[in-house]
Design a protein around this ligand. Structure first.
Ligand SMILES: Cc1cc2nc3c(=O)[nH]c(=O)nc-3n(C[C@H](O)[C@H](O)[C@H](O)COP(=O)(O)OP(=O)(O)OC[C@H]3O[C@@H](n4cnc5c(N)ncnc54)[C@H](O)[C@@H]3O)c2cc1C
Length: 560
């Protein structure tokens, strides 16, 4: 065994957004960090790289006032999110975005919804299947890895951390396998940032449900729970480990790589109903897509599920998602069944026709009479239920997809790992999807994987630096700068067009009207006034339309 001692003061396990953010921040603060990453190559797999790159807090803008964000996260998770973590994210989410911008991350607005304001550019294409190569998160992670090295840090690839060195209750280093060798590294602080336990069968079956194969892995499949196991061995507490962030996918994902990780089938399944092979409803569809994925993952592997809906749902909610199932699923070869009657549809999916008819009729009647909560499997209305009324009747074979586990290692607001009595374990920090305590609640609410990873990584690096006397402890309230001047500020003419376009349009219309009167009065008399009004209005509308066009283009294409 080789021992590498005293060369580093922060050992980071995992090189996703959490690990690399912590590494670069630590190096900036004067520490000598080393990131140990099991993957290989400049684009080693991790969920951060393969993500959609949207930074949000519960699909709200992290630049909202901190108290609003605290209230939001508390409400969304039914009070389950730990107050100290909620406060830390509210205070550091916006700061993370500003910091990422300083490190060269480019953001653009993905669409008009508030939660999509901060999308790493360039965004993934609006098509089905995997599409991460050279997209914003991939480009930025590669840049962050380079910046780590440029700042004197180390990125050690092909190195799988297998355990911690713990002495007198404090973490003092890690054990790893690196290219066939067992190696130990020692430092005063270790940060676990290994990305969750979603791909570890034993941990999944211990914490989430008895059937690992029931849930399809819709991420990089690198989250094997190593950090969680090491932390527990060192005395750490776990929190909220029974839920995951995921989506409902078309079952063809099992053999067709074009239909995952997108499109999700959530909007269709939660607007219509979900049956098993007997033709009966089995879950409450009306909560959220993430809840539905969790609920379906509780059934034995191989259970057949179908989302049942009609053309109106397909044309409505089916088109609503960011990467919508209608029309992208069929284009990618996914199964969408159609039949003129429910009986014919039942035959296509292999369910008893009478049972499907009874299920749909009962569901429709319950919507009409307002008695959805009295169905054999009560149906919530957080998501509006739609009647399945008019053919063609449709079905998609579905299965639950798991992205990352919501629960994990318990940490405090400074990303210090907590033991089962609630005290920090000296020397041990954790950030990102390997941690728990921020997401969940009755509907398994997703607060945001990237922002959780990045914000707690910043805090962790700052805590390690502060404990090593490299910098004073951070004061979050003083540390939320406005977003760096990017976006429109870089385009002064466009900026001025948007700012002054409307008054200019009005002034121009007036000017044209006056000129028309002056020029046309001698020949047209009173008719000149009519002509002036018409020309003035046309000029004003034309300029306003131009300004709106510029506004639309800039909102969609120009980074914030
Ligand atoms: C398809 C998809 C889309 C997503 N879209 C979004 C989105 O738009 N917005 C959002 O907020 N979140 C999104 N997420 C979730 C988000 O990507 C994750 O929550 C976040 O990236 C987690 O970051 P992390 O650094 O904790 O983990 P990861 O990025 O998974 O990094 C963990 C790293 O640790 C390494 N590792 C694991 N075990 C070891 C070990 N024993 N030794 C050494 N290294 C190890 C892994 O190889 C990996 O590189 C998405 C995820 C997926 C899969």
């Amino acid at each position: 065994m080789n021992n590498h001692t005293n060369n580093h003061d922060l050992i980071i396990v995992g090189g996703g957004l959490a690990g690399l953010t912590a590494g670069v921040r630590a190096a900036e603060l004067g520490l000598r960090p080393i990131v140990l990453e099991q993957g290989d190559g400049v684009d080693y797999p991790c969920n951060s790289r393969q993500s959609g790159g949207i930074l949000h807090i519960g699909f709200h803008d992290p630049f909202r006032p901190a108290q609003e964000l605290v209230d939001l996260m508390t409400r969304l998770t039914d009070g389950e999110a730990r107050p100290e973590l909620v406060g830390a994210l509210a205070n550091n989410g916006a700061r993370l975005i500003s910091w990422l911008q300083q490190k060269g991350a480019r953001f653009m607005r993905f669409n008009q919804q508030e939660g999509y304001r901060w999308c790493m550019a360039p965004p993934r294409a609006l098509r089905a299947g995997s599409d991460w190569k050279d997209r914003g998160p991939d480009q930025f992670l590669r840049s962050l890895a380079q910046q780590l090295v440029d700042l004197g840090g180390t990125l050690q690839l092909r190195t799988r951390v297998t355990g911690l060195h713990v002495e007198n209750g404090a973490c003092i280093g890690v054990k790893a396998e690196s290219e066939g060798q067992d190696i130990s590294w020692f430092a005063s602080h270790c940060l676990l940032a290994d990305g969750g336990f979603q791909s570890n069968q034993a941990l999944f079956e211990e914490h989430i449900g008895p059937n690992f194969d029931a849930a399809f892995q819709r991420g990089a499949r690198t989250g094997l729970g190593a950090g969680m196991k090491m932390a527990v061995a060192a005395g750490a507490a776990l929190v909220g480990t029974n839920r995951f962030y995921g989506h409902v996918l078309c079952r063809d994902a099992l053999h067709n790589d074009q239909v995952w990780p997108y499109p999700e089938v959530d909007a269709i399944a939660t607007s219509g109903l979900v049956i098993d092979g007997t033709g009966l409803r089995i879950v409450d569809e009306g909560r959220t897509g993430v809840y539905l994925a969790n609920a379906l993952a509780g059934f034995p592997a191989g259970t057949s599920f179908h989302a049942i809906f009609d053309q109106a749902i397909w044309d409505g909610p089916g088109t609503s998602a960011r990467i919508p199932a209608n029309p992208l699923l069929e284009r990618a070869g996914g199964t969408v069944l159609r039949a003129g009657t429910l009986e014919a549809l039942a035959e296509m999916i292999g369910a008893p026709a009478a049972a499907l008819r009874e299920t749909v009729d009962g569901y429709n009647a319950a919507i009409e009479s307002g008695s959805l909560d009295r169905l054999a499997v009560p149906r919530s209305q957080k998501i509006t239920p739609h009647k399945i009324a008019q053919g063609p009747f449709m079905a998609i074979p579905i299965l639950p997809g798991i992205t990352y586990t919501m629960g994990g290692i318990a940490i405090d607001a400074q990303a210090q790992v907590l033991d089962t009595t609630g005290k920090p374990i000296p020397g041990l920090l954790a950030a990102g999807a390997t941690t728990g305590g921020l997401e969940g609640g009755r509907d398994a609410v997703y607060i945001g994987g990237l922002i959780k990873a990045g914000a707690f990584a910043l805090v962790a690096a700052e805590r390690a630096a502060s404990l090593q006397n490299k910098t004073p402890a951070p004061t979050p309230s003083a540390a939320i700068p406005a977003p760096a001047k990017q976006g429109l500020a870089r385009f002064p003419i466009l900026n001025a067009t948007l700012r002054y376009g409307k008054p200019v349009a009005a002034a121009l219309g007036l000017l044209i009207a006056v000129l028309t009167i002056l020029i046309a009065w001698p020949s047209l008399g009173l008719l000149a006034i009519v002509a002036a009004a018409a020309f003035g209005a046309v000029a004003t509308i034309a300029v306003l339309a131009f300004v709106e066009l510029i506004q639309m283009i800039t909102e969609l294409l120009i980074s914030n």
